[in-house]
Design a protein around this ligand. Sequence first.
Ligand SMILES: C[S@@+](CC[C@H](N)C(=O)[O-])C[C@H]1O[C@@H](n2cnc3c(N)ncnc32)[C@H](O)[C@@H]1O
Length: 196
Amino acid sequence: MQRLEALFKKAARSDAELLRKIQGKEDLQLLDLACGACNEAKTLASVFGSVGRATGDNRTMRFVGLDVRAREIVEAGARVSGDTNSEFEFINGDATKLESYKQLPGAFDVVFMRHQNLWDGKRTWEEIYHKALEKLSPNGRLMITSYFDREHLEAIDVIRNQGGELLVTEANENSRNLPMPGRSVDRHLAILKREG
Ligand SMILES: C[S@@+](CC[C@H](N)C(=O)[O-])C[C@H]1O[C@@H](n2cnc3c(N)ncnc32)[C@H](O)[C@@H]1O
């Protein structure tokens, strides 16, 4: 997870607004879409500041994770349950129907999708990207990581076709190899915003 944190910080050097979100003192709302068991929850909390209740610097971060798989969402909740300084919320739900989760804030400063899965179903993921862009605040950032090169490039293309503007794409030089050739953990990270 330290590698993911380092990757975020490296990418933020090319995006002043993301750097501001990382270093700033303002409250922040973060949505982790298709989060699975959300191994990255505490890393994101560490990168973007304290989660939950107001802390010494008065910054509050609201963290919401959502995935369609119930078992993974239970696991995600268990993973952070001992964290008494933090308030995480996990929803077992369908990201293509994001507007139906009325408990969600209208907009998020950061929407993250770790290992987006375009090649698992283009129609579904087109819809997920579309809903993710809709949920961004005006200066919000959509961040994706990918396991392999072609899927990453195609995901960026699809998001651009949905009205996303690519700001940064960063290859992860410390990505951990997976058994399948050409695949590795958080192999690429891209940062996008809503066009216009
Ligand atoms: C490649 S996994 C990535 C999981 C996690 N982010 C990670 O990096 O380990 C893709 C995830 O997308 C989720 N997913 C697929 N379709 C979804 C949908 N319509 N709504 C929410 N999650 C979905 C799957 O359940 C799975 O957890």
